[in-house]
Design a binder for this molecule. Structure first.
Ligand code: ADP
Length: 265
């Protein structure tokens, strides 16, 4: 079984580890105790992402695919922005680029004033893990860990002491209505409960940016509503970006950015 103290066994580039690493414990302390200053949390300028689909695996017949075509977008702290568009329009690619999980072919992405391209891969990974919380559609929880341990995982490499990690995990699980499920492993939680654990985990390091890919995609209406309540509540002092097909989820955002064939409409 994986222990929360053996996080080194987790691939640092895996989705499970996204947002989990920080070698600046002071960043955590500052963000926990001081409200963030209002500023554009995300500025993405003329971002183009091309893929060379040489093997034709993505249906392009071996051509270059332009997944994003000169997309610009700014998201302020305190805003919830929806990303809409049909399948293949570039939503996931945009989320990955905004989160620093992918480097665009052209254009610039700044998170809280830092141009991600100026950071080495290692520093970008660290920066992302301090500043960006990701909520994946398929949760990516570690099955061997309890809900509480999954939520606390981002804090392990931040050097946060065990007791404080546990308190933070319990507080976050309480906030998403899962106080009585904290010792359950993902396998004994419903889809909606797992999604709420994933949201709590994304918030553990108190990131300034939260990016959610189809957060209600696998949920019934009522559970989806609660997840959206939580995602909009947390936007008070952070930027939240939600990609979704769900009209209702998009209605809950402050504004919607539409993509079609990689272009902003
Ligand atoms: P969406 O999330 O809106 O469904 P994506 O961002 O996943 O759209 O994909 C946008 C386009 O880029 C699609 O045409 C897709 O096939 C293509 N694409 C995505 N990832 C890759 C990749 N790794 N290699 C080649 N093409 C890709």
């Amino acid at each position: 079984m994986i222990s929360v103290d053996s996080i080194d066994t987790i691939d640092p580039e895996s989705p499970e580890a996204a947002g989990f690493y920080c070698d600046r414990p002071e960043a955590f302390t500052v963000r926990m105790s001081e409200p963030s200053t209002p500023m554009p949390s995300i500025v993405c300028t003329d971002v183009t992402q091309r893929y060379d689909d040489e093997d034709g695996l993505f249906g392009s017949g071996g051509r270059t695919v332009t997944a994003l075509d000169a997309v610009s977008l700014a998201v302020d702290s305190g805003e919830v922005v929806g990303i809409a568009g049909p399948s293949g329009s570039g939503k996931s690619t945009l989320l990955h680029v905004l989160a620093g999980l992918a480097t665009p072919t052209e254009g610039r992405v700044e998170i809280r004033g830092t141009d991600l391209a100026t950071l080495s891969r290692r520093h970008r990974t660290r920066f992302r893990r301090t500043n960006v919380g990701m909520v994946f559609q398929r949760f990516h929880l570690l099955p061997a860990l309890t809900a509480s341990e999954n939520v606390a995982l981002p804090l392990v490499q931040e050097g946060v002491p065990r007791g404080r990690r546990r308190d933070r995990a319990w507080e976050l699980l309480d906030a998403v209505g899962l106080a009585d499920r904290r010792d359950h492993r993902p396998g004994s939680l419903s889809g909606g409960e797992q999604q709420r654990v994933a949201i709590a985990r994304a918030l553990a390091a108190d990131p300034a940016v939260v990016i959610a890919d189809e957060p209600t995609g696998e949920l019934d209406r009522e559970t989806g509503e609660r997840v959206l309540d939580r995602l909009t509540e947390i936007s008070d002092d952070r930027a939240v970006v939600i990609a979704s097909h769900d009209t209702h989820a998009l209605e809950r955002t402050d504004r919607v950015v539409r993509l079609l064939d990689g272009k902003r409409q």
